[in-house]
Design a protein around this ligand. Structure first.
Ligand code: HEC
Length: 220
């Protein structure tokens, strides 16, 4: 009898411990980056890595002659290495909270690792980012309407041969981080070209999720 009781307690503790462990694991942000596939060829990666290494070949001598310039080169080479890893598909563990930048292909890969919250997207759109100041105010004269964006992109924009092979998500992302790449007919390119430097991946995912919820006809 006593043993059964003890066993129950031990199992109980084991289960609770298991839950606590799972909870703790869920609470901790993942330290390891998401698994990725090389987005550039290994040969290419090695060639570029060798080119970067060459920029520091004379570092010792440069540092003796002009320490400032040598450290500057070291710093820039470090940044270039990070750029190379990102361009080849690396998604850092803190990707969701960094500025997304303007490389649409890279952003689309990273977007696969987060899920967008359309309600937060709507809050940002109408509030802090003031997208609505152009896309709502002015009744479609300053900028295309918010309502119907998804359907308009699918049926009208993507039918433009200039956007052949674009996906809806790709078009939306490009419209936000590179507003000048494709200027919607009958509008001028007044949309600020700064969102890539300020939006995080999560914010962009939220905005895209909000815009994807805007289906149906556009207002007249
Ligand atoms: C200063 C005005 C202005 C602001 C602010 C602005 N936009 Fe725009 N946006 C435009 C204009 C004008 C166009 C159409 C011309 C073009 O393609 O650049 C446009 C185009 C777009 C398109 C393509 C719409 C379509 O029908 O094809 C999307 C998507 C978009 N903007 C999203 C946003 C988001 C998201 C924000 C906020 C983060 C934002 N815009 C902020 C003016 C603005």
């Amino acid at each position: 009898m006593r043993w059964t009781k003890l066993a129950t307690i031990v199992i109980g503790i084991g289960i609770c411990g298991g839950f606590a462990l799972v909870a703790a694991q869920n609470a901790e942000p993942s330290a390891t980056p998401a698994p990725v596939e090389l987005a550039c060829s290994l040969d290419d990666l090695q060639a570029q890595q060798a080119a970067l290494a060459a920029t520091l070949a004379t570092f010792e001598q440069d540092a003796a002659e002009d320490p400032g310039a040598a450290l500057d080169a070291l710093f820039k080479t470090g940044a270039a290495y990070q750029e190379l890893a990102l361009a080849c598909g690396y998604i850092p563990a803190d990707a969701a909270t960094r500025a997304v930048g303007t490389d649409v292909e890279r952003i689309l890969r990273a977007l696969d690792t987060v899920s967008g919250d359309p309600l937060n997207g709507q809050l940002l759109y109408n509030g802090a980012l003031a997208c609505a100041s152009c896309h709502e105010v002015g009744g479609g004269t300053v900028a295309p309407h918010t309502a119907g964006t998804y359907t308009r992109v699918e049926e009208t924009r993507l039918a433009d041969p200039l956007l052949a092979d674009y996906s809806i998500e790709q078009y939306l992302v490009e419209s936000i981080v590179q507003p000048g790449s494709y200027v919607v007919p009958n509008y001028t390119n007044v949309m600020p070209n700064l969102f890539g430097d300020s939006l995080t991946l999560q914010e962009l995912a939220d905005l895209v999720a909000f815009l994807e919820s805007q289906d149906g006809p556009s207002p007249e």
